[in-house]
Each structure stands twice: as C-alpha cells, then as structure tokens.
Write a protein that binds this ligand. Sequence first.
Ligand code: ADP
Length: 494
Amino acid sequence: MTNKFIIALDQGTTSSRAVVVNIKGEIIAIEQQEIEQIFPESGWVEHCPIAILETQLSTLKKVIKKAEIHPKEIVGIGITNQRETTVVWNKNTGKPIYNAIVWQDKRTANSCENLKKKGLENHIKQTTGLVIDSYFSATKINWILENVENAREEAEKGKLLFGTIDTWLLWNLTDKKIHATDYSNASRTMLFDIKNLCWDEKILTALTIPKSMLPKVNPSSFHFGNYKIDGFKIPITGIAGDQQAALFGQTCFKKGEAKNTYGTGCFMLMNTGNDIQFSKSGLLTTIAWGIDNKIFYALEGSVFIAGAAIQWLRDGLKIISSAEESEIFASEVEGENPVIVVPAFAGLGAPYWDMYARGAIFGLTRDTGKNHLIKATLQSLAYQTKDLLIAMQNDAETKLTSLKVDGGASNNDLLMQFQSDILDCIVERPKITETTVLGAAYLAGIYVGLWSKEDILSFRKIDKEFSPTFSSEKREKLYKKWLKAVERSKDWID
Ligand code: ADP
C-alpha cells in the first residue's frame, strides 16, 4: 500500500510555510520562509505578490524533499492564508498591477468614512456581518482601481482579477486557470452577502468595483483545481482564512465551541452553527467554513494588544529579557495581585470600541514591584479575553464550557490557569499548537476521503487542561476591579 499525505500551505503575514501531514494527522515536516514587509508611507503596509508566490512554491518543493515523499503519495493540498490582504492582477500577463495591500494597511480610512456618510453602515453589517473598516478588502480594491494608471479602464474591460492571497496562490498553482476562493475568505472582503452567498451589488456599486474582477466562491472543503508536480496532478481540496482554519484545526466543529489564539493580539472565534448571529456588542459575524453542503458561521472578536503587552515589558520597560520569563517573575507574587494594567495602547477594541482610551496602571502602592506589574500585564490578556467571551456568549445565547487555546502566549501556564479561573471554564491546550495549518490540511483531507471528522477528533491530543479554582465571589470581585480600571482608562485622548 502506498503512503498517503496531505500538504498544507500557510501563507501568513510574516512568512510562507508548507507542512506535510501523514495519514495519522501528524506533521512530519515543516518548511518556512520569511516575506519582506514593505512600508511605503506611514500607515501603509504592502507585500510583493511575486515574493509571496515564490516563497510559497519554494517551501512547498522543499518540504516534499525534506519529508522524502513522492508526489504520487500526496493526495491533496490545503491552503490557509492571511486574510483580507488584496491583490489585483492582469488576467493575460498574470502580473500584479500593484503590490498586495496588507490587512493592517490604513490608507483607505477616508474611503471608509465616505461609505459611512453614504449611509451604508447598516446595509454592510446586515449583508456582510462586518463593520466598515479599512482592514477588509473592499476599499483596498477601490484604492488600486483609483490610483494605478489605467486600472479602472482595464477593470471595466474585464482584464483585471482580484483575489485574496488564497485566490492569488490558487490561480498560479492551477496554471492560471482557476479564479476562485472559499466562503471564509470571501466573507472578509466586505463585499460578500453571507446569507445569500453572493457578491453584493449595492456595495460593489458604491465602490465602483466591476463584478468581473471577483472570484467564484466555493465551499472550503472542495475540489478547487489541480497542481502539477513532476507530471502528477495533485488536487487542491481545502481553503480557509487563517483564523477560520485555526477554528477547524482546533476541532471546533460544533455550535458553541470556541478557540482563542494568543499571539501579538488575540483572536477569538466561536462556531455559531448554521445560523447567522449578529452581534450586539461590536463583534464580527463571519463564515467559518462551507462543508458537506452546509455553511457554518462564527462570531469573531479580537484584542489589539495581547502578546504585544509582553513585548512591551521586554523591549519597552526592559523588565524581562524574554516573553517566557514573564511566568517566572509573575509566579513570585504571593496572594492576590493588587495591580491592574489596562494595555489600551492603541485604544480599546470589542466590546468597548474607544479609540480615545489609553493604557493605564492602577493600584500602585509603596510595595509594588516589577513582579506585580509583570503579573498584571499577563492577567490583562485573560481579562480582555473574558470581555470578548461575555460578549460572545450574550450574542450567541450559549455558555461556553471549554475554551481551546493556541498561539505563543498560550504556552504560559500561569496565564492559562488564571484564564480558566477568571472565565470559570476549562481551558484546553492541545499538544500540537500548529492549529492553522492543520485546519487547512483537515479540510483538504476530508474532501479526498482520507479522514472523517471523527478521525480528526481522535487525532487531537491534549497537552494540558486548566480547570477553574476560584470561588465565584473571588472571580466577581476581581473582574469588577478590571471593569472599573477599564472605565477609568476610557476617553483619555482629547
Ligand atoms: P504572532 O503569530 O502574532 O507573531 P505568536 O503566536 O508567535 O504570535 O506569539 C508571539 C507572542 O506571544 C509575542 O507577542 C510574545 O510576547 C508572546 N509570548 C510568547 N511566549 C510567551 C510566554 N511564554 N508568555 C507570555 N507571552 C508569550
């Protein structure tokens, strides 16, 4: 019997990665290459689409060699990607007409204000599930059409194509044949009607984007096309945006299951099943994935400053020399920590949405030392996560019983224990925290019949489970203090 493998590509903001996954769901080889970050002006962030493609193809080829597998043993390819990042290219030459405008790029803030002035806020929320923001692809496409010479005429003649990074990769991997994306990526463009599953004419008209530029939208587990290696045709059978892929990789298959990624920021997503739940608390509604002829939706909330606050302790205050050290210092604080840090360095996101708030430290006394400050900064990640989770539970009208975690700071046991204590819910850290790339592999493997969802659930091994130890009085008292601190840090900038 020949061996069977899935290859998953993870095109992220800082690097392109490729992994080989065996039939037991184990990652047997990884290759990674960084990509250059281009900052042409303040607030602008770009990537070179050719560099994205080349690094991704190079890691793909290298990982096959590294794993010592034969192309005929690869039964499917999955793709996951940085979301919202926008590429526009010429259909005939295959050349991008401008650099990729990255999700972080703020150049279209004015264009977003114009959409609000046109009174489109409610329509956009109801059809796309999103709030109007420069983060999403829609205004970035409009910017390229307005600012690149001849772009608008060419687009109107049907000569240009738009894609998020998955679409750009897919088109190139399929020899410039397939122009498509999946539901999860489409739902991040701010152009896609997540209920009727089609591009929204009203938003396209408002931003004068010709429909001919847009990709076909398919389920996330689907035969998108084939990639040829050494004469062998390998089907590309899974695509999902990175956060949705991580939700799938964490096996949050059922309604009410949620994951939180603790990276530079935090990204929390909750599977809300086949129903669209609109948020009353400033969370986003998005498509989690399309699979087995069904659409699964998710609520999404993010914290701007999470691991970044630990970086501030290390690089700004220089009171720790590595992120890991934060755990050692914090564990030296005995009893309750009287200090609270609100890391609103860039304002407050969901559920507060106050861009005028700034960071603050509360509860200082003569005996406050650096360990208190370090512990309070770590705890702020857990408090912010609780803020999001409360909003999510209210919107989805369900109570979470366990939170699945990943990302760099999820390796901090002290933080994870406090997270469980303050949430009053089990926190579950898997052995393999490469959940994003695994999610793409799973979507691809399910389509080709390599695995069932049950197989995938059986692959999941828990590294550590954290259970709540606080009494409800203690939990409520501490959380009240946090809320009081947040109130006082609001509206600081005039
Ligand atoms: P990203 O994908 O956003 O770059 P990662 O998942 O690689 O993030 O996580 C890196 C972030 O996690 C950094 O901001 C770092 O400060 C934080 N971090 C990493 N390890 C720890 C730790 N043991 N304790 C606390 N924070 C940590």
